[in-house]
Design a protein around this ligand. Structure first.
Ligand SMILES: Cc1ncc(COP(=O)(O)O)c(C=O)c1O
Length: 401
């Protein structure tokens, strides 16, 4: 008898299902990099330079000197790590300043930073302990995990479908929901694999009709949309109607960490009850300091103008070459269909020094495999042309065009 774990068998099963994944060393986090020649090797030998259209560093700030200096200053003046949970001795002026700026950016009374967006979602939903969560079917894994941990019941509604949400709330109410039940509606604002946007105003209407709270994950929108980079909630003027605005510091803000923004009681409650906040070391000061500087750059400069110009050039160029590009945002999912074709296109693009990942089932439905192209503000015209040329040649090689 053995009570141990046969992990080789589990890994083999994943491989059989086409779900085995591998780490791959990359030289830098910027929009040009060199990838390790042997992805599974320990000592990387890097190949030729590639242009990366795969990162979420949408404003191209990951190697920006202003952020680097802010991170360095944070490390020098406060420390490389917070040293303890925020509730012990890990609460510093750098954290407070970042939270003030986030609350200001989001138009809320207060904000609270977590060590990751993942921790913010899981910790918040778990702490609220809702009786029912109504969750968009394409919500991020960290929302799903928060529901698994904290919700008594999770009702999944059709993607971006406020009418289906309303119908499911109505059914739940008719099935005998008691007046003291606590309901939470939760959605991403920009969906990372589809590049589309949740109908937030209609979701607010539905939530308000049933007195439920609405939580919006702005991971892919913070720093990019709205007058102050506050996200889609701000762009749509819904700051007063969305109880919980959540997001990450790790995408357009090119740092690490997550946040929740909302009213004073929400934040005060979370810092008492969100276990991923209470029992986790405070965000590293360099990460907090660089995120704060990124927020300033995003709000006070025209960094995003270049991103939107690049998005337009790529979308038009891909469509002109016969590709169908989904969505309506800075994320450009190029529809391929068959999973094998998508993988082959990914590999051919790499041969042409373009890194843009194939997204396959189970991440997306069967028959809708795609290449996720994510331009950044720092891609040059030459980079974009190289990407379009690569799509043209690789698409012909794979037989898609
Ligand atoms: C929509 C969404 N929410 C939350 C997260 C988690 O954020 P983080 O990477 O900071 O843990 C991510 C990214 O991975 C995301 O795409």
């Amino acid at each position: 008898m053995t009570h141990g774990f046969d992990l080789d068998a589990r890994l083999d099963a994943r491989a059989d299902d086409d779900l085995r994944r591998h780490l791959e060393v990359t030289e830098t986090a910027g929009d040009r990099t060199r990838l390790a020649d042997d992805p599974k090797g320990d000592a990387p030998e890097f190949g030729d330079e590639s242009v990366v259209f795969a990162a979420n560093d949408y404003l191209g700030l990951a190697d920006d000197g202003r952020l680097q200096r802010a991170a360095e200053l944070g490390a020098r003046t406060v420390g490389t790590g917070a040293g303890a949970s925020r509730l012990v001795t890990g609460d510093t002026a750098v954290h407070r300043a970042l939270e003030r700026d986030l609350a200001d950016c989001k138009g809320t009374q207060r904000a609270l930073v977590f060590s990751a967006g993942y921790a913010a979602n899981v910790g918040t939903i778990d702490a609220l302990s809702p009786d029912v969560v109504f969750s968009d079917e394409l919500n991020h894994a960290s929302i799903i995990d928060g529901c698994r941990l904290g919700a008594d019941e999770t009702v999944v509604y059709d993607h971006c479908d406020a009418a289906d949400l309303r119908a499911k709330m109505e059914r739940r109410a008719e099935d005998g929901a008691t007046a003291d039940e606590r309901w939470l509606v939760v959605t991403d604002s920009v969906f990372s694999m589809d590049g589309d946007v949740a109908p937030l105003s209609a979701l607010c209407d539905a939530a308000e009709e049933y007195g439920a709270w609405l939580m919006v994950d702005e991971a892919h929108a913070t720093g990019l949309f709205g007058e102050r980079g506050g996200g889609i909630v701000q762009r749509e003027g819904l700051s007063d109607r969305v109880e919980i605005q959540m997001g990450t510091l790790s995408k357009a803000l090119a740092s690490q960490g997550g946040y929740v923004a909302g009213d004073e009681p929400l934040i005060e409650y979370l810092l008492n009850a969100a276990r991923s906040f209470v029992f986790s070391t405070g965000l590293a000061p360099p990460a907090a300091a660089s995120a704060r500087e990124a927020l300033r750059v995003a709000r006070e400069t025209d960094q995003s103008d270049r991103l939107w110009a690049n998005v337009e050039t790529l979308r038009e160029g891909l469509e002109a070459r016969g590709y169908e590009v989904l969505g309506e945002t800075h994320i450009l999912p190029v529809l391929v269909g068959d999973r094998v074709d998508a993988l082959e296109l990914d590999e051919r693009l790499r041969d042409h020094a373009i890194v843009a990942p194939a997204i396959r089932p189970p991440t997306v439905p069967e028959g809708t495999s795609r290449i996720r192209v994510a331009p950044t503000a720092t891609h040059t015209d030459e980079d974009l042309q190289r990407c379009l040329d690569a799509f043209e040649t690789a698409g012909e090689e794979v037989g898609l065009l």
